[in-house]
Design a protein around this ligand. Structure first.
Ligand SMILES: *[C@@H]1O[C@H](CO)[C@@H](O)[C@H](O)[C@H]1NC(C)=O
Ligand SMILES: *[C@@H]1O[C@H](CO)[C@@H](O)[C@H](O)[C@H]1NC(C)=O
Ligand SMILES: *[C@@H]1O[C@H](CO)[C@@H](O)[C@H](O)[C@H]1NC(C)=O
Ligand SMILES: *[C@@H]1O[C@H](CO)[C@@H](O)[C@H](O)[C@H]1NC(C)=O
Ligand SMILES: *[C@@H]1O[C@H](CO)[C@@H](O)[C@H](O)[C@H]1NC(C)=O
Ligand SMILES: *[C@@H]1O[C@H](CO)[C@@H](O)[C@H](O)[C@H]1NC(C)=O
Ligand SMILES: *[C@@H]1O[C@H](CO)[C@@H](O)[C@H](O)[C@H]1NC(C)=O
Ligand SMILES: *[C@@H]1O[C@H](CO)[C@@H](O)[C@H](O)[C@H]1NC(C)=O
Length: 311
């Protein structure tokens, strides 16, 4: 009924009403293909297409739960389990009324199309297929919270060049990795590792970045509608703000030069002045060598003499 208005009138004229209803049914069947979603380790129930009426029991039925039409996961005949798959051993059970197949704990390898086929056994031991219905199991595994690391590869006064890496592991299915720099979206150079198409994935994103000021980087890993994100503040490394440091260096060197010159001047003055005075007072008395020695020994007296002489 729902697809009647969508069909063009010409088509309606071409097809008889019965044919049209058939088309609608198969179309609806294809569109309503059942999908069950689950996470690794959880318990999941795959619904079957038939519920056994309370007046009857499983003894009148054969039920096959099969995967991808090739492997029998679990099968019942006349109320007894007749087949069980190695990989599903101890992980499956079937509700004996509504025939739901329970799998616990569910694994990534359980991903895929399943089908329950129900046969009703008649009194003449003929079997009639009551229904068969596909249901797709979609198992996801959570990725780890992305880990962002930044390594400075080059540094100049204008910018800090860094290699930023984002990694996340152990999830399923193959994820998308996206990013943002201060809310502006950007693209990671991504690579994926997985042992097989039905194994957990590790994902790594890499990026070379020139940072001219502090910037916030975000890494998001998206899989089957889930998102895990991490942000990191990338700091412009500071030692290139050298222009503010040299002035203080200059002040120190300049002031130390001034102090050195000052001290030098004082010592020079202290030496130079007494000598003049001494040469006057020492020379006439003794020899040059002894006079110098005597003059150097008592600086206090010489200073006094210099003062008195100047006055
Ligand atoms: C089948 O029965 C079980 C237990 O009564 C219930 O949890 C489950 O939802 C049922 N499934 C369907 C498809 O009716
Ligand atoms: C299933 O369970 C039985 C009984 O608990 C145990 O002996 C057997 O080893 C189990 N099989 C697997 C594959 O775990
Ligand atoms: C289903 O089985 C077919 C044939 O055995 C195989 O080619 C296909 O990859 C299988 N699909 C899944 C989802 O396992
Ligand atoms: C992130 O990765 C770095 C380098 O590989 C590692 O040292 C650190 O332990 C990781 N951090 C987390 C939270 O996993
Ligand atoms: C990014 O966007 C969020 C919300 O849209 C806002 O709160 C935040 O301030 C923005 N950050 C920057 C750096 O623009
Ligand atoms: C992305 O990474 C691969 C390998 O890690 C490298 O070969 C390639 O050049 C990179 N591409 C860009 C655009 O950086
Ligand atoms: C994925 O990463 C985990 C943790 O780092 C590691 O143990 C595992 O071997 C990796 N898997 C692959 C397929 O590289
Ligand atoms: C970053 O800047 C340096 C110079 O500051 C330049 O040589 C380099 O190519 C730039 N790298 C990128 C990835 O823009």
């Amino acid at each position: 009924m729902a697809c009647l208005p969508a069909a063009p009138p010409a088509l309606r004229r071409w097809l008889g009403l019965g044919l049209f209803v058939l088309l609608c049914l198969s179309l609806g069947y294809a569109l309503e293909k059942k999908v069950v979603k689950s996470k690794v380790g959880e318990k999941v129930g795959l619904p079957c297409c038939h519920e056994i009426p309370s007046s009857q029991s499983l003894h009148n039925y054969r039920v096959y739960w099969q995967k991808n039409t090739t492997e029998v996961v679990l099968a019942y005949a006349e109320g007894k389990m007749i087949s069980k798959h190695d990989r599903y051993e101890n992980r499956t059970e079937m509700n004996t009324k509504n025939l739901t197949l329970w799998i616990s704990p569910v694994e990534i390898l359980d991903n895929g199309p399943y089908q329950c086929v129900v046969q009703h056994l008649t009194y003449l031991q003929n079997s009639v297929v009551v229904c068969d219905e596909p249901v797709t199991l979609f198992v996801t595994a959570d990725f780890s919270k992305p880990n962002i690391t930044a390594e400075v590869s080059a540094d100049s006064c204008e910018s800090t060049e860094m290699v930023v890496k984002c990694s996340s592991y152990g999830g399923f299915p193959k994820p998308k990795i996206s990013g943002a720099l201060n809310n502006a979206s950007m693209v990671w150079n991504a690579s994926w590792v997985s042992e097989s198409s039905l194994s957990p994935y590790n994902v790594t994103g890499q990026l070379r970045l020139n940072v001219t000021k502090d910037v916030s980087i975000t890494c998001s890993v998206e899989y089957n509608g889930f998102t895990k994100s991490t942000s990191l503040l990338l700091k412009k490394t500071n030692y290139c703000v050298v222009p503010t440091v040299p002035p203080s260096h200059n002040v120190i060197t300049a002031s130390s030069i001034i102090i050195i010159i000052f001290l030098l001047a004082i010592t020079l003055a202290a030496r130079y002045l007494p000598r003049h005075v001494c040469s006057h007072c020492c020379k006439p008395q003794d020899s040059v060598e002894e006079g110098v020695k005597e003059c150097m020994k008592p600086p206090v007296s010489s200073k006094v003499t210099s003062e008195t002489s100047s006055v």
